[in-house]
Design a protein around this ligand. Structure first.
Ligand SMILES: [Fe+2]
Ligand SMILES: [Fe+2]
Length: 168
């Protein structure tokens, strides 16, 4: 049995996953506008991953017979000046997501909602991987600084990413 407060929180988290997707779609557009086609590909795949995260909540809400509330998706901030800035903003966002998922996990534990708690553990683990990935790319970008060739090589690496649905 899912409590009304958990019902609201899960719907909010569903929206936050779509918002994450939206942020990365914006970053993908920023990258392709600036000739960083590899990074544009990387962020587009991140957008697809966040959509998959959202759909995992969506499916859970359906399985638990909870009303799905599709709220408006907030407009991402944008206005990045370079790739490092976009990745730093991404990491900050992921850290916030991790915190929200942790809080949600606390609530599930408090309410002895084992099914939701188990679902949330998947997200908590996924967040560790997400933060590590962003950190790794930020480290590389810091190493190359403003060096055009370095950015070019990183962009080439980012072009190699392919979408694998993390939820299946
Ligand atoms: Fe996510
Ligand atoms: Fe994420």
């Amino acid at each position: 049995m899912i409590s009304p407060s958990m019902e609201k929180e899960l719907n909010d988290q569903l929206n936050k996953e779509f918002y994450s997707a939206y942020i990365y779609l914006g970053m993908s557009a920023f990258c392709s506008k600036n000739g960083l086609n590899g990074a544009a590909n990387w962020f587009f795949i991140q957008y697809q991953e966040e959509n998959a995260h959202a759909m995992k909540f969506f499916k859970y809400l359906g399985d638990q017979n909870i009303d799905v509330v599709l709220s408006p998706i907030a407009q991402p901030k944008g206005g990045y000046t370079n790739l490092l800035e976009a990745f730093k903003a991404s990491l900050e966002h992921e850290q916030k997501m991790s915190e929200w998922l942790n809080n949600l996990s606390d609530l599930a534990m408090k309410e002895k909602d084992h099914a939701t708690y188990t679902l949330l553990q998947w997200y908590v683990t996924e967040q560790v991987e997400e933060e590590a990935t962003f950190n790794e790319i930020i480290d590389k970008l810091k190493l190359v600084g403003d060096n055009g060739y370095g950015i070019f090589m990183i962009d080439k690496d980012l072009a190699a990413r392919v979408f694998v649905d993390p939820t299946i």
